[in-house]
Ligand binder design. Structure first.
Ligand code: NAI
Length: 256
């Protein structure tokens, strides 16, 4: 069996990925705020570093795949510290344990919202791996009433980080495939509250049009994740795979 580390394993997409992997016979080391094999707060540098080190140790130094699903949509700086640094910092610490595996794979959950207008200062600070500067810019965005830009910023930065990192030293050259799955609207605890208010639902449906089969269930996303994290994915790396019912194709149009 393969050993897979999954963050955000306690809910939504992460819980579905965990369940499907276990059904398939893999060993999963789940990481979440509480209730996982490893309890950790990925919003802090020490939290994510010690969780990743603990996961590598529990796996005996060899991790076949990492799937990062932990994330938040609560408006505020946690969007940057969890969605971006909680993913990139965690994957970076686990890179050597991945490189020790025979066919290592990493998949991060991005979002269709990574295609929406972002705060360029937050994105630049993230990509420079300057968490203090990213936090300063994020706090400024909150103070100026632009908190809604932080979620797209975290996911845009994540997609760009994955594209660069996939080709950086120690990744493709050691056999690690690194990709992002970017979902449209998924029916999970994160999105649940949004549908209670018909006006918010209308705005969401306009922002994320999903002509193919409508809203996603967590397992619809998990199946795409499982493929990218599997041995069957021999050559796909540095990609953002939109699992979004046609939202990205609708929003960006045919002429890419
Ligand atoms: P969820 O809220 O059901 O699950 C998120 C998990 O992350 C929870 O178990 C939570 O405890 C964990 N988490 C949050 N902050 C954490 C922290 N500081 N440290 C450790 N764990 C933490 O949400 P869902 O919908 O399953 O989201 C998973 C990923 O998918 C997220 O990255 C989210 O941004 C992304 N996504 C979700 C969409 C949706 O419509 N639900 C759409 C597009 C992307």
């Amino acid at each position: 069996p393969r050993t897979v580390v999954v963050t955000g394993s306690g809910s939504g997409i992460g819980a579905s990925v965990t369940a499907l992997l276990r059904e398939g016979g893999d060993r999963v080391i789940g990481v979440d705020l509480r209730g996982g094999e490893i309890d950790a707060d990925l919003s802090t540098a020490p939290g994510r570093a010690s969780a990743a080190a603990e996961a590598a140790e529990a796996a005996g130094g060899v991790v076949d795949a990492v799937v990062t699903c932990a994330g938040t949509s609560v408006p505020g700086t946690a969007m940057v510290t969890v969605n971006y640094f909680g993913t990139t910092g965690f994957l970076t610490v686990l890179r050597p344990a991945l490189a020790a595996a025979e066919r290592p794979r990493a998949v991060a959950i991005g979002s269709i919202s990574g295609t929406r207008p972002a705060d360029p200062d937050v994105v630049a600070a993230c990509l420079a791996d300057d968490e203090a500067a990213a936090l300063r810019h994020a706090e400024a965005a909150v103070a100026e009433g632009r908190a809604r830009q932080l979620y797209p910023s975290s996911k845009a930065a994540l997609a760009r980080w994955a594209r660069r990192t996939a080709l950086a030293e120690g990744w493709a050259d050691t056999g690690i495939a690194l990709n992002v799955v970017a979902p449209g609207i998924v029916l999970t605890p994160m999105s649940a509250g949004l549908f209670d208010d018909p006006e918010i639902k209308r705005v969401m449906d306009e922002a994320v049009p999903m002509p193919l089969n409508g809203y996603l269930r967590p397992e619809d996303v998990a199946r795409a994740v499982l493929f990218l994290a599997s041995d069957a994915n021999s050559h796909i790396t540095g990609q953002v795979l939109y699992v979004d019912g046609g939202a990205e194709a609708t929003l960006r149009g045919p002429d890419i």
